[in-house]
Write a protein that binds this ligand. Structure first.
Ligand SMILES: C[S@@+](CC[C@H](N)C(=O)[O-])C[C@H]1O[C@@H](n2cnc3c(N)ncnc32)[C@H](O)[C@@H]1O
Length: 219
């Protein structure tokens, strides 16, 4: 039986974090190439659909080491609350983004902030929801955290890739498990779709050809 294993995101250092954030998908789509090509493209894609400026508060849900947060703060001057289940990712994000306009918190801390009135102008979930054990809960959390008319930008894999380990011949084997949950359908059930598309093949190599999609959603 496969057991959920989010510890895969608790990497020892930033190099290992980058490798799990944008996995090596082979020729032309290794971690460094994906990072370099995709990040500025996503900044422009997000900015084309979500108004962000120095007064905006953005949630970067599943922020990892803060790749998108750092690039969007540089491009727009917005404030970002990064949210991540991994304490290691949150610590590395604080170092990588290294900006007074950035803070990284756990999902539980975000829930507390929302209970005390925090609402974000916009949110991102980039390559995250495919990995969540119970994505309906994460989607609900995002819905509660967004201001009315706030926009949510999602980039996701077509299938599920839930980190898990399975016992095999006395040894634990890591796997990305597919549980059949349709994240796109959950998103459409919770939000209205403002815009949607397939990322540019040349900027999001390999993932586009296997069916990755982006969506801009509104509460
Ligand atoms: C593939 S990485 C993407 C990181 C970042 N969004 C980027 O594109 O650079 C997925 C991240 O989502 C985080 N994550 C996974 N499940 C999560 C959950 N349920 N809530 C918050 N973060 C989660 C992981 O710890 C990891 O940092």
């Amino acid at each position: 039986m496969a057991v959920y294993y989010p510890q895969v995101f608790d990497t020892a250092d930033e190099a290992a974090a980058r490798a799990i954030i944008l996995t090596d998908e082979g020729e032309g789509a290794d971690t460094a190439t994906r990072w370099e090509r995709e990040t500025p493209y996503l900044v422009e894609l997000v900015r084309g659909h979500v108004r962000l400026g120095p007064e905006s508060l953005l949630l970067d849900y599943g922020c990892g080491i803060g790749r998108m947060a750092k690039a969007l703060i540089a491009a727009t001057g917005c404030r970002v609350v990064g949210v991540d289940i991994s304490a290691r990712m949150r610590a590395m994000a604080a170092e990588h983004v290294a900006d007074d306009r950035f803070l990284a918190v756990s999902p539980a801390q975000l829930d507390g902030m929302v209970q005390h009135g925090l609402r974000a102008d916009a949110a991102l979930a980039v390559w995250v929801l495919q990995h969540c054990l119970a994505p309906a809960e994460d989607i609900d959390r995002l819905g509660r955290a967004l201001a009315p008319q706030g926009r949510l930008f999602v980039l996701n894999m077509p299938g599920r890739a839930v980190p898990a380990v399975q016992e095999e011949a006395g040894a634990a084997r890591f796997m990305w498990a597919a549980d059949g949950i349709d994240v796109a359908a959950l998103l459409r059930g919770r939000f209205a779709v403002d815009a949607a598309g397939v990322p540019d093949m040349s900027r999001v190599p390999r993932m586009s050809s296997i069916g990755a999609y982006w969506m801009v959603l509104r509460g």
